[in-house]
Design a protein around this ligand. Structure first.
Ligand SMILES: NC(=O)c1ccc[n+]([C@@H]2O[C@H](COP(=O)([O-])OP(=O)(O)OC[C@H]3O[C@@H](n4cnc5c(N)ncnc54)[C@H](O)[C@@H]3O)[C@@H](O)[C@H]2O)c1
Ligand SMILES: [Zn+2]
Length: 356
């Protein structure tokens, strides 16, 4: 079964979700064949690039190059960006060529930036292979790289021609990475409410690799994120709700250094936000948060040592306005509010509550 979700921005693009779907057929429906390059990382490339190359060739494409970068966030930088665009130039990828980014959020963010800037922009196709990339990073058009000064500091918006999420690719994804993607799924289900929230019962099934559970949750997430992005593509308002759990989460992540994954940090960040929400608005969703996050294989507390380090990291966060902390909180399931000012002392208490 193949499902198609349209992201209704000014230049709309489809997100196609299925299990073992025929890439050649889907690509042929969206783009006429030409010259392609594939970008992948050192984990995903050997596992999945040959298959993609074969499918593209079967659909009449010529694959000029398969560019492989070292796996991990460390590749999302200007020097790997520079090497990648130079590889495209050397392989002779023309102005009407297309870049296929096969991988997780790192390859997607870097690949989108490469495609959006090489020759002032060539066609970009996202082939997300991590759960996080399927539910989050490949929808919404944000692309870019990190600087030594901070994450995601260079980038722009690039709309792909097609996002193609083949759930079959998740069979090789390490379990911890499934949990990291589920952190964003739980986040969006709590923000969305309704049927999506009820279907969060499927989180434990998805964690153990059940494809139907994964399909349902990926589709809910893509539809929800597409809706939010359509309302506020450039994040001047409501798109900020997607930062639920991320304000403290980013602080925890930065304070812990490399020891703490983003998904784990925002898991604890959401628990902190739930506590704060209960205090402000009465509805206590803390237990529900903890149960869902545990089912996803995520921690509800983390260990980052000194709380002051977290506050210092939060003070450096680019999304913070000077002199105050602004939070996304939940009045109830499906009822997010954003831009809620929170004082330093209360933030400190919330961090302490999730730091062990
Ligand atoms: N653009 C956005 O809107 C947006 C949103 C959220 C996150 N992001 C970015 O996404 C990145 C994180 O993405 P991620 O969690 O996918 O990280 P990632 O791309 O590093 O992938 C995680 C790990 O899983 C491996 N992997 C991916 N798919 C696999 C598969 N099918 N089989 C085996 N291994 C596989 C990768 O090689 C990597 O080791 C961050 O850089 C973050 O800033 C962007
Ligand atoms: Zn996140």
């Amino acid at each position: 079964m193949v499902e198609r979700v349209e992201v209704p921005v000014s230049t709309p693009y489809p997100v196609v979700v299925g299990d073992g779907i025929d890439l050649a057929e889907v690509v042929s429906r969206e783009l006429s064949p030409g010259v392609a390059a594939i970008l992948a990382d050192s984990n995903v490339g050997p596992l999945h690039a040959p298959d993609v190359e074969r499918a593209l060739e079967g659909a009449g494409w010529r694959v000029a190059d398969v560019v492989e970068i070292p796996a991990g966030e460390g590749s999302k930088n200007l020097s790997v960006y520079g090497e990648a665009v130079r590889r495209l130039a050397r392989s002779g990828l023309p102005r009407d060529g297309a870049l296929f980014a096969l991988g997780g959020g790192v390859v997607g963010d870097l690949g989108g930036f490469v495609a959006g800037t090489y020759m002032r922009g060539i066609d970009f196709v996202a082939l997300p292979t991590s759960l996080l990339a399927m539910v989050d990073s490949s929808v919404g058009g944000k692309v870019g790289v990190d600087l030594p000064e901070g994450k995601n500091l260079v980038g722009t918006f690039v709309r792909p021609r097609l996002v193609f999420a083949d759930l079959g690719r998740l069979s090789t994804l390490p379990g911890a990475e499934v949990s990291h993607g589920l952190a964003e799924v739980v986040k969006m289900g709590l923000l969305a409410g309704g049927r999506f929230y009820e279907d969060l019962d499927l989180v434990s099934g998805a964690k153990s690799g059940d494809v139907d559970a994964l399909r349902t949750l990926v589709l809910h997430s893509v539809r929800f994120k597409a809706g939010v992005v359509a309302e506020d593509e450039l994040e001047s308002g409501r798109r900020a709700i997607l930062n639920y759990g991320h304000t403290i989460g980013h602080g925890l992540e930065a304070a812990a250094g490399y020891g703490l994954a983003h998904g784990e940090a925002i898991s604890a960040g959401m628990v902190a936000a739930a506590r704060l929400s209960a205090r402000r608005f009465g509805a206590d969703l803390t237990d529900r948060h903890e149960n869902l996050l545990r089912a996803a294989g995520l921690p509800t507390k983390v260990s980052v040592g000194n709380v002051e380090k977290v506050l210092a990291a939060m003070a450096r966060d680019k999304k913070r306005r000077v002199g105050e902390h602004r939070f996304v909180l939940l009045k109830d399931v499906g009822r997010p509010v954003w831009g809620v000012p929170v004082g330093e002392e209360e933030v400190r208490e919330m961090i302490e509550a999730v730091n062990e």
